[in-house]
Design a protein around this ligand. Structure first.
Ligand code: IPD
Ligand code: CA
Ligand code: CA
Length: 263
């Protein structure tokens, strides 16, 4: 299957999965919640969605590997699917309608296709390496905001472990003073695609996993944005931090974040 058809098939799959997740929300209750660790929640919804995606993707590229949030890693050929079946689980569990299905395809660790579907807003974000970024089929672009002082910035707060709290708080303090505001929607994939389509001017967070960011980071760069670690490295997928911006304010943000390392 060529890349274009693969992207189309993936788009259809994430929409099906996201719509199923949204339906499950209606009957979801407290008894369905399981704990993977402190404040690290999961349920049958995450697991079932991941299994459904994985089974369908196996036939799309026979022999591809998997890097899945719930099921772990399975080695394969040069292709790897990177799956977060439900990004924003805490929001989902609490009935906050900000969560997404995030799936990427990597070729030798380079992401070549990324899809994020937001079932609550029926928004499908999709990108292919070198072929642009789209929301529901329409091309998207990052914002043109030229300075940090005019920017709205998204981030994520630590909630499963609390080392480096001072560094986090100091970074937030400076960002609060130097931007038009900070937001913490609660789903990294949504933070990234909202940066890609210009709703946010930038997004930063530490201690994420590849499945949180793989699809969204390609969507940002294909929308004209810049993605790096806080210190400017392009190797972000397996790094512990991500800075994604409209490119104009990247240097200004990196300068602040580098002052407060949380590694
Ligand atoms: C989480 C969300 C959240 C981020 C966490 C992630 P999950 O993913 O993306 O915004 O702050 O670090 O783990 O657990 O809901 O898939
Ligand atoms: Ca996630
Ligand atoms: Ca998840």
């Amino acid at each position: 299957m060529n890349r274009e058809n693969c992207q189309k098939a993936l788009e259809k799959l994430v929409i099906e999965t996201g719509d199923w997740i949204k339906q499950e929300r209606k009957k979801f209750n407290h008894n369905h919640i399981e704990k993977k660790g402190r404040n690290d929640l999961v349920s049958y919804v995450d697991r079932t969605a991941e299994t459904q995606l994985t089974e369908a993707l196996k036939s799309l590229i026979p022999g591809a590997g998997f890097l899945n949030e719930e099921g772990g890693a399975a080695e394969g050929n040069e292709y790897t699917w990177i799956i977060d079946p439900l990004d924003g689980t805490t929001n989902f569990i609490h009935g906050i309608p900000i969560y997404g299905v995030s799936v990427a395809l990597a070729l030798n660790q380079q992401v070549i296709i990324g899809c994020v579907y937001d079932p609550e807003r029926n928004e499908l974000f999709s990108a292919g390496l070198g072929t642009g970024a789209f929301r529901n089929g329409q091309p998207i672009q990052v914002s043109q905001t030229p300075t940090l002082s005019e920017s709205l910035v998204a981030t994520g707060f630590p909630y499963t472990w609390f080392d480096h709290m001072d560094a986090y708080l100091n970074a937030f303090k400076e960002m609060l003073q130097k931007t038009q505001g900070l937001r913490r929607p609660g789903a990294a994939s949504i933070d990234l695609v909202w940066t890609a389509c210009g709703r946010f001017d930038a997004y930063f967070e530490s201690w994420l996993k590849p499945w949180d960011i793989a699809a969204g980071m390609l969507i940002v760069t294909e929308a004209g944005g810049k993605v790096s670690t806080f210190s400017g490295s392009d190797s972000v997928l397996f790094a512990n931090e991500i800075l994604a911006t409209n490119a104009f304010i990247h240097a200004e943000m990196a300068e602040i974040l580098m002052k407060y390392p949380v590694q």
